[in-house]
Ligand binder design. Sequence first.
Ligand code: BES
Ligand code: ZN
Length: 457
Amino acid sequence: MFKVIDFIQTSRDRYLEELGRFLAIPSISALPQHAGDVRQCAGWLADEMRRIGLENVSVMETPGHPVVYGDWLHAEGAPTILFYGHYDVQPVDPVELWESPPFEATVRDGEIYARGAADDKGQVFMHLKAIEAWLSQEGRLPVNIRLLIEGEEEVGSAHLEEFVQTHRDLLQADVVVVSDSAMFDRGVPSICYSLRGLAYFQIDVRGTSTDLHSGSFGGAVVNPAMALVQILAQMKDRSGRVKIPGFYDDVRPLSDEERAAWRRLPFNEKQFQRSIGAPKLSGESGYTTLERLWARPTFEINGLLSGFTGEGAKTVIPATAMAKVSMRLVPDQDPDRIGDQFEAYVKKIAPKTVDVKVTRMHGGRPWITEYDNRFVQAAGRAIEQGFGKAPVYCREGGSIPVISTFQRELGLPAVLFGIGLPDENAHAPNERLDLGNFHNGIVASACLYDEIARAGR
Ligand code: BES
Ligand code: ZN
């Protein structure tokens, strides 16, 4: 173990150079014109996995972007980790707001800037470097490990559930490890024990067969943009509660214990507000900001489109209007049931003067685990070794749909070992990763394998 840590400490410059190459591949899963880059990235990753000594490495096809698999299974009697991460990244627009090109990794002030630096290439790479250190210095790992790195996480992991169902043997393990989330705050390492789920929809409203002159026709037909915003305005009441009937039926209430624990976290509401540039925070009444983010479901409009939005003025009644909306879900809400409730409600409140179509996009279940399980405790000790501080336990508002799939389909507990920071601009311009956290994270990952080995099967 000493040799492993020493090797990590002396490899910092090389790590940066290699990570830069991984970050240079524009593996944007959402954009069809980047499908070739996504595939190239899978190939690059597979080569790197082979190079560090992983076995059975292969780029596996799915109906969408490929999955990269590799393993090392020679720690007889020791537990097996299923490591999950993603090599796909979000689009980069608005690209003019980037201070350096998104696919040219640039180091400034101790941070590496590039799309995917934090979400999730940097965090995947941290584990590859920890595995490399073990295999090159000790010739072995203390645990068995299988790596499953997908290329469709940022577009809803559409094909991964089926992949899991059809590759049960390949994914047989004792615990899932994921590094695709943020620490609670700078200098406050954390372990995340719950994620929200997601239900995503598109609403299309059609008023007439074509756009109309607003003078010749205005007053005699319903404006579909108006009909759409009237529908949307009925989704929430004044206290911030979602009005879809049945929406809160399965929401697991927050225990007094958890509420009290969260009040002890070093959360500065003013600073949070300032960091996002909001004039004032707002949300469901009766809940604190952390409770709203972690334990309450939401309804959001993600995008709206209708009519004339160019320069100048145009007197027109648009024929159609469209909205993308989504709900973050908490335990024990079910995305399919929420989908039924949402569709029924839209149908009920939609004016009869327009055609309304609801399309279900991706969804994911919320996830929660008991944090006194021994793998989570093992991860806590590893964080302490890497970061010199015991972690706090927190939830996250974001979603990683496959974690609940692993729980449901394979019966596996998961450890969320994330080392990003909340202000590292995941999904936004100027995404970055703190290099101190990256290096400490490699040490912590190397320790994690050892701690999980000690925790036993
Ligand atoms: N890394 C995030 C998930 C995340 C975000 C975890 C914030 C913890 C805190 C992941 O890459 C992501 O963005 N997931 C999507 C999933 C969706 C497309 C189904 C999300 O949460 O929007
Ligand atoms: Zn993401």
